[in-house]
Design a protein around this ligand. Structure first.
Ligand code: AMP
Length: 216
């Protein structure tokens, strides 16, 4: 049976960081909807052009576009044993679509770690975050600085600040999360798969809590 883990939580909670840890641990692909959009924007594809306007304003890309993108991603062979989902689903419509898609593969959402942190912490994390151009590795100017300023420790590529991590957009992304994504907390709680994880702790501690929730 394939294993699907959905990381839920507001922007800045640490979903991307923890998704990478889980992907390695379980040898499953890390499927980040935000990364796929950014890759498409970088390559100036039709999908990238469609998504750009929404992303730069901190809005959600429409459900139909996002769902099709994930459907395409899941059709690739590396997802046959499951995936670590980061940033998808973000609305109940997307969650329903996911449920249906997984049913088609004989799978289901096995666990939803819901990572939380106080709003002030989210804002500080996002506004100080630097992302690596080549592979999306994440650093923070204060909490997790790279060894060399502006250079990724892992692949030496340039670090940049995402447009939507700029202070004026960050608050709006958190509001969008509260309005459109937070309903997924009860959606998954009702299905008995939600595991609340405190994201306001050092990275290794959050990972340890996640492993515990996953019974590892
Ligand atoms: P992230 O990297 O997960 O913070 O995503 C960056 C941006 O991509 C979000 O603020 C949205 O504009 C867009 N995005 C990512 N995932 C989704 C999704 N599941 N539904 C709609 N928009 C999304």
């Amino acid at each position: 049976m394939p294993t699907y883990i959905v990381l839920l939580g507001p922007p800045g909670a640490g979903k991307g960081t923890q998704a990478k840890v889980l992907a390695e641990k379980f040898d499953l692909p890390h499927v980040s909807s935000g990364d796929i959009f950014r890759e498409n924007m970088k390559n100036d594809t039709e999908l990238g052009k469609q998504a750009q306007a929404y992303i730069s304003k901190g809005e959600l890309v429409p459900d139909d576009v996002t769902i099709e993108m994930i459907r395409e991603r899941f059709s690739r062979s590396d997802c046959k044993n499951g995936a670590i989902l980061d940033g998808f689903p973000r609305t109940p419509v997307q969650a329903d679509a996911l449920e249906q898609m997984l049913r088609g593969f004989g799978g289901r959402v096995n666990l939803v770690p819901y990572i939380t942190a106080p709003v002030q912490v989210l804002i500080e994390r996002l506004a100080g975050r630097w992302t690596c151009r080549a592979n999306g590795h994440i650093f923070h100017e204060q909490f997790n600085p790279p060894e060399k300023n502006g250079i990724c420790d892992l692949d030496q590529s340039e670090l940049y600040q995402r447009d939507d991590d700029k202070a004026e957009t960050v608050l709006h992304r958190i509001e969008v999360y509260q309005a459109q994504t937070a309903p997924l907390i009860s959606y998954y709680k009702d299905r008995g798969v939600l595991a609340e994880i405190n994201g306001f702790a050092p990275i290794e501690e959050v990972s340890a809590d996640l492993m515990f929730a996953l019974k590892y």
